[in-house]
Design a binder for this molecule. Structure first.
Ligand code: H79
Length: 467
């Protein structure tokens, strides 16, 4: 992934659209004719549209990877190891020894209110935390398996319960990540191919005795706003459907991500929103609600030695870029085994919050771009069909009657040329400095903005066009 401050040629995986704001902009929309594979029709029923509404409004959430692997912090027996939450499998560690980590997992500094308030200060509207990752250890009070934080650690508290209560207190939604197919602690589940030699797996047994009972518990105990599944190895379409139906019955309005099943997203009524790849946004506008999840440094789980934190410019770019393509940004934080979110994470989150305080109206509840050609297009390179990113130095989001231009690289001559708009631009102003003069030149084939000499924001300044 590129980390440049000027995100000009970003190489991403692609999918495409139908118009975001077609109803708003009618004829003006050019997206339908703009290449790329289609993500299909998206026709939610009124009830389905209503339950996803908060998610589209939110645009920005906090992802959290926290578990026994956080205790490793990137080391095993004093030696640096790769993988974070994947370390157990990548190193093929003896499962009995990994389980011992629970005896020392005691996050005495954990304070749910602090975490939630940090997310809130970043301008995030929801949180998704690992209730169980692939290692199989439940971070909640589970009746279905004693391998959980309440029964197997000296901590004995239920952080998911505490986070749910804190989210309710501070007005955030809580989503729960659950690894439903992969569980390296269980011989019957998918994923552990080193600890149980010669054992004949029985995936149905794992699903019926641990995975599905735990998902039921999550629904009943915490009423999550989202069930966030990942890596659906061995999950059949029938099982995905069974899980989704159960969750919807137990938690009216719950959202389910498309990773509940491998391959092409199932879509409604099974899944509410799509995901692009880990740390990889869709190339283009995507008409189905979707989410980009990404790391703040190079890891999902806390690693003491990973100090490669992304600059705020890159993080804000991902948020703006996702919103301009009709998507959300779920930005990950890896707390320590003591329950602390360290300063390199926290300071960047607070900076994002400061930007959103000024520019939030161009993110929250916004539709994606009115154009689409600022992202680039598919072309043939060396005989292969390839997405060729456009060198656009701006991104566009929309509200009824408003077009927001997020200027990433301030033009040296102050002139910003945009594609044509059919509706007349009646006013243009900068969100950061509303009194600064922005002149509008509009013709049949383009809109040219004459901006002040200096960018009001060093990372992204937003121009609001009123139509
Ligand atoms: O939870 C995070 C990952 O553990 C999970 N998805 C995100 C949200 C994930 N599960 N499987 N995969 C991702 C695909 C496998 C990626 C891997 Fe790797 C590449 C495993 C080892 C190398 C990513 C980088 C995970 C560890 C290092």
């Amino acid at each position: 992934m590129k980390r440049a401050i000027l995100p000009l040629f970003i190489s991403l995986v692609g999918t495409a659209f139908a118009a975001p704001s077609a109803a708003q902009f009618g004829e003006m929309t050019t997206l339908d004719s703009f290449g790329g594979p289609s993500s299909g029709t998206y026709k939610p029923t009124p009830a389905e549209a209503e339950r996803i509404a908060w998610f589209r409004e939110a645009r920005f959430g906090m992802f959290m990877h926290w578990g026994l692997y956080s205790k490793m912090a990137g080391y095993w027996k004093g030696k640096k190891v790769t993988g974070g939450e994947w370390a157990l499998k990548l190193q093929r560690l003896p499962i009995e020894e990994y389980r011992e980590l629970a005896k020392e997992f005691n996050p005495v500094k954990f304070n749910a209110d602090e975490w939630v308030l940090l997310a809130k200060s970043a301008g995030m509207k929801y949180m998704v935390i690992t209730s169980k990752h692939h290692d199989g250890f439940a971070m909640f009070d589970s009746d279905a398996s004693p391998y959980n934080i309440v029964d197997a650690t000296p901590f004995k508290r239920d952080p998911i319960k505490e986070l749910k209560e804190a989210c309710d207190r501070h007005g955030l939604k809580l989503g729960l990540y659950y690894s439903h197919g992969q569980d390296w602690n269980e011989p019957d589940a998918y994923g552990n191919n080193w600890s149980f030699p010669g054992y004949k797996r029985n995936m149905d047994k794992y699903l019926d005795e641990k995975s599905i009972p735990q998902i039921r518990e999550l629904c009943l105990k915490y009423k999550p706003a989202i069930l966030w599944f990942d890596t659906a190895g061995d999950i059949t379409p029938a099982r995905a459907e069974q899980i989704a139906r159960m969750a919807r019955e137990l938690v009216p309005g719950i959202l389910i991500n498309s990773r509940i099943q491998l391959g092409k997203p199932r879509g409604l009524p099974i899944t509410d929103f799509d995901g692009s790849g880990d740390n990889e946004a869709f190339h283009q506008y995507h008409n189905v609600p979707w989410e980009l999840c990404g790391t703040l440094n190079r890891s999902w789980a806390f690693k003491e030695w990973d100090k490669d934190f992304r600059p705020v410019s890159e993080l804000l770019f991902h948020l703006i870029d996702a919103a301009s393509k009709n998507g959300n940004y779920l930005l990950n934080v890896g707390p320590t085994a003591e329950g602390v979110i360290t300063e390199p994470y926290a300071s960047r989150l607070r900076e994002m919050g400061s930007w959103l305080k000024v520019n939030g109206e161009a993110i929250y509840g916004c539709g994606g771009t009115v154009w689409g050609n600022e992202f680039g297009d598919f072309g043939t390179v060396d005989g292969k069909r390839k997405f060729i990113a456009a060198p656009a130095n701006w991104r566009c989001t929309t509200q009824p009657g408003k077009v927001y231009i997020h200027v990433l690289n301030w033009p040296k001559d102050g002139k910003l040329e945009l594609p044509a708009l059919k509706q007349k631009v009646t006013k243009a102003h900068l969100l950061a400095t509303p009194t600064a003069v922005v002149k509008i030149g509009q013709s049949a084939d383009k809109v040219v903005l004459s901006l002040p000499a200096n960018a009001p924001d060093p990372i992204a300044s937003v121009v609001c066009l009123s139509l």
